[in-house]
Design a protein around this ligand. Structure first.
Ligand code: SF4
Ligand code: SF4
Ligand code: SF4
Length: 313
């Protein structure tokens, strides 16, 4: 069952018993969806970004802004250039520069939604406003369902979704892998189409991973730890990275292989297991008390029949 934003708000503010019940039902459904985990995408697509190929031209940033109909963030340059300082409600894609304290090490890094295989944002969204496409694995946002609770913003391990604080009817803004372009027949997203050096490329995740591993194999030692970031982190992501500097230095968090939803499901299971034990103890205790009370009643009747006072018991 899906709820529109209006119905959800009505439920949330208690403006009608019917809506409240519907909201509760939706929450219950959401919980069971969480427990049953997000379905795996059958043909996941994604991006592969290679720091060693990026020249920091930011063609991908402007292409992204334009393709997504966003107003350029030029505040930091007093209106002269598009110059976002970080991902924000007008910026779904950003290029940042890392420089080591002594200046000897530098790297550009492209940041956008990672399109997680097991997305924390979508698995906990109470109204399914963020959903994983069952085929492409792209995590899309549905403004009709979003109530603006900002759960996704808080829970994302990569700090990606941004909320439009300055609008009356705010959106959650994040890269949706240009699904509107792909649905309309485009061969690739705007950022990869604009990149002059193939620093970021688009394709099936499986093929991108194969390509990345091939680059590592043909140039051992060129890439940090000779591995692909996103292959396993947080359950695996559909956006993959190769970097010549440690991943953490370019803002890619150190994460375990298990995704947050999987952690949550495990804790749920443990909590329910431990809750089951006291419930069983209480059930046994209730049975014993009931049996004793029946025995007590029976004895009271016997004594009463024999003429003894009830209050002896
Ligand atoms: S990076 Fe964050 S917003 Fe993107 S899919 Fe993963 S959890 Fe969701
Ligand atoms: S896939 Fe589209 S929305 Fe995502 S970063 Fe690239 S251009 Fe922006
Ligand atoms: S367009 Fe390509 S080379 Fe230019 S900043 Fe973006 S990823 Fe780097």
């Amino acid at each position: 069952m899906k709820l529109s934003r209006r119905q959800a708000l009505r439920g949330a503010f208690g403006l009608g018993a019917t809506a409240a019940v519907a909201t509760g039902a939706a929450r219950a459904e959401s919980t069971s969806a969480t427990e049953s985990e997000q379905p795996k995408a059958s043909a996941p697509i994604g991006l592969l970004y290679d720091t060693t190929r990026c020249i920091g031209c930011k063609a991908c940033v402007t292409a992204c802004t334009s393709a997504n109909g966003l107003a350029p963030d030029s505040g930091a340059s007093e209106g002269l250039h598009q110059m976002p300082q970080d991902l924000n409600s007008r910026t779904k894609n950003i290029i940042k520069l890392y420089t080591s304290p002594d200046g000897s090490e530098r790297s550009f890094v492209k940041r956008q939604c990672m399109h997680c295989a097991e997305p924390a944002c979508a698995s906990g969204c109470p109204f399914h406003a963020l959903r994983k496409d069952p085929v492409s694995g792209v995590i899309g946002w549905d403004g009709e369902l979003c109530i603006g609770c900002r759960y996704c913003e808080v829970v994302c391990p990569f700090e990606i979704p941004k909320f439009e604080w300055d609008r009356f009817n705010p959106k959650v803004v994040k890269c949706e892998l240009c699904r509107h372009l792909l649905d309309a027949g485009a061969a690739e997203p705007a950022c990869t189409a604009a990149c002059p050096t193939d620093a970021v490329i688009f394709g099936r995740r499986e093929e991108l991973l194969h390509d990345a591993k091939g680059r590592i194999e043909s140039s051992p030692g060129k890439y940090h730890q000779n591995r692909v970031y996103g292959e396993k982190e947080a359950g695996g992501t559909q956006v993959l990275y190769l970097s010549h500097v440690p991943f953490a230095r370019i803002g890619l968090p150190v994460l375990e292989d298990m995704s947050l939803p999987e952690y949550a499901n495990r804790y749920h299971r443990i909590i329910y297991q431990w809750m089951a034990l006291p419930a069983a103890v209480y059930a046994v205790m209730a049975g014993v008390i009931r049996a004793r009370w029946k025995k007590h009643d029976h004895e009271a009747m016997e004594i009463e029949r024999a003429g003894g006072p009830m209050d002896q018991l």
